[in-house]
Write a protein of this length. Structure first.
Ligand code: SF4
Length: 209
């Protein structure tokens, strides 16, 4: 029988987020592992039908739980967190970011643009220079690949900073109310449930109640 997980996040996962950002100073190509962080929640969801990532395994949720205010100082979330406005805004931001990342990486690969080898926060705020690299890659790395790694690193850093800010201003997991991954997981889950309900209705139509 499958072992039941204890409620709440697995302890200590915030270390994964810290290691992710620290590794950017060792070799920026490690930032490409963000692709797995974005894929795993949906793989778990498709396998289990549950939001296992959000409930137990999310390293960012672990980090903001740690940085957040104590319960006695929690503040009520503003309406824009709960009425869907900020959730949709963040989804647009996330979508546009991915679009820019894909477009610029393709342009660099065909020689139409120079790679941007620096961190850029919130799409628009460049930080000076490339990150120090403690471990050089033995083979020559194509410009588009290091560009892609910097773009993922920037996206992860921007959203983590926002999550930490929300955790300090309002309450630890305020970011989860607007997180695009959480929002998309909810949408997929609702669709799956609806699909299952429809399949059952269709079956009942065929075989009779
Ligand atoms: S909503 Fe986002 S930040 Fe919160 S647990 Fe889910 S994936 Fe992690």
């Amino acid at each position: 029988m499958a072992k039941r997980l204890k409620p709440g996040l697995v302890p200590g996962l915030f270390i994964i987020t810290s290691i992710y950002f620290a590794l950017g100073f060792v070799n920026i190509l490690t930032a490409l592992s963000a692709i797995f962080c974005m894929a795993i929640p949906f793989i778990l969801l498709s396998k289990s039908g549950k939001k296992l990532w959000c409930q137990h395994y999310c390293p960012r949720a672990s980090l903001i739980s740690l940085t957040g205010k104590p319960r006695s100082r929690w503040r009520t979330l503003p309406t824009m967190f709960t009425d869907g406005f900020l959730r949709k805004t963040m989804l647009w931001y996330f979508g546009l970011n991915l679009l820019f990342i894909t477009g610029s990486t393709i342009r660099i690969s065909i020689g139409a643009m120079e790679p941007m080898e620096h961190v850029r926060l919130f799409i628009a705020l460049p930080l000076p220079g490339p990150l120090p690299q403690l471990l050089a890659t033995p083979l020559a790395v194509p410009g588009w690949l290091s560009h892609l790694a910097y773009r993922f690193y920037s996206m992860m850093l921007s959203s983590t900073l926002l999550g930490i800010a929300f955790s300090r201003i309002y309450r630890p997991r305020a970011w989860c109310a607007v997180c695009p991954v959480g929002f998309l997981s909810n949408t997929v889950r609702k669709r799956n449930r609806l699909g299952l309900q429809r399949q059952t209705e269709d079956l009942l139509d065929i075989v009779g109640p």
